[in-house]
Write a protein that binds this ligand. Structure first.
Ligand code: C5P
Length: 239
């Protein structure tokens, strides 16, 4: 049953409640950047991003990373387990790029870090997702120290699995964003999406991800590069 009550609508996704255990995430055919300031209709993008998310969550699941994915409808929707979400974005970086360079302009773009960096941002469009410390998170009661340690270790493991897979396909994983929640037994579970909207992926120095749109490419060109990314990753076009 792929329908239910609409409980959330964001810039690129809608979430429906199926029952008290499962939700449906629907990926919209929209692309936005700069906190929604640039927005374009992107026919076909929802299905490609749903396929990427389903494929990569499946890959992580086979490597023992607990995540919310249950099923994909072969189109723009995935069925997921409902979680109590932690309102933070966890970013893992392998190379100096993006907002890292804005706050640390002393490094040359695309310098490889001596080890992957893990950072936390508060989810808040109004405040533009500010960088926060682990102490901030603990003081605000969003998570405890042990839970943060577990989040960091899962995030680094996810980075290893994804980076290895990308390298085997001739791609480079620059950075990506993760979100976590707790299930009913209070286990930490990887949630949300893993797509060209939330990762920076290069082939021979060329972006296949949303950076293209941030830098001025059209929505149509972005959809084409998501198609290319899926082909290279071996993401199936149906279930
Ligand atoms: O912009 P920044 O360099 O902080 O982005 C790091 C990574 O996190 C990029 O792969 C970007 O696509 C992702 N990200 C995201 N959602 C945000 C901010 C960043 O998926 N709100």
């Amino acid at each position: 049953n792929w329908t239910g009550e609409l409980i959330y609508e964001g810039k690129a996704k809608r979430v429906y409640r199926v029952d008290n255990e499962f939700l449906v995430m629907e990926f919209k055919d929209e692309v936005t950047a700069f906190d929604g300031a640039r927005k374009e209709h992107a026919p076909g993008k929802g299905r490609l991003a749903a396929a990427q998310t389903a494929f990569l969550m499946g890959l992580l699941g086979r490597h023992g990373i607990r995540n919310h994915l249950v099923d994909w409808d072969g189109d723009r929707k995935i069925l997921v387990r409902e979680l109590r979400m932690i309102p933070i974005e966890v970013i893992v970086r392998n190379y100096a790029y993006g907002s890292f360079l804005k706050r640390m302009p002393l490094m040359k773009p695309m310098t490889k870090f001596s080890k992957p960096l893990v950072e936390f941002h508060l989810k808040s469009d109004e405040l533009h997702d500010p960088l926060i410390t682990t102490d901030d998170i603990i003081e605000a009661g969003l998570a405890g120290q042990e839970q943060l340690n577990e989040i960091i270790s899962i995030a680094l493991r996810v980075n290893e699995i994804l980076s290895d897979y990308m390298v085997s396909r001739g791609l480079m994983l620059v950075d990506f964003k993760l979100e976590f929640g707790f299930d009913k037994s209070n286990n930490l579970v990887l949630a949300d999406e893993l797509s060209g909207d939330t990762m920076r992926v290069l082939i021979n120095g060329r972006h296949l991800d949303k950076e293209l749109f941030r830098k001025g490419a059209s929505a149509m060109d972005l959809v084409k590069s998501y198609e290319e990314m899926n082909k290279i990753l071996g993401v199936p076009l149906n279930t």
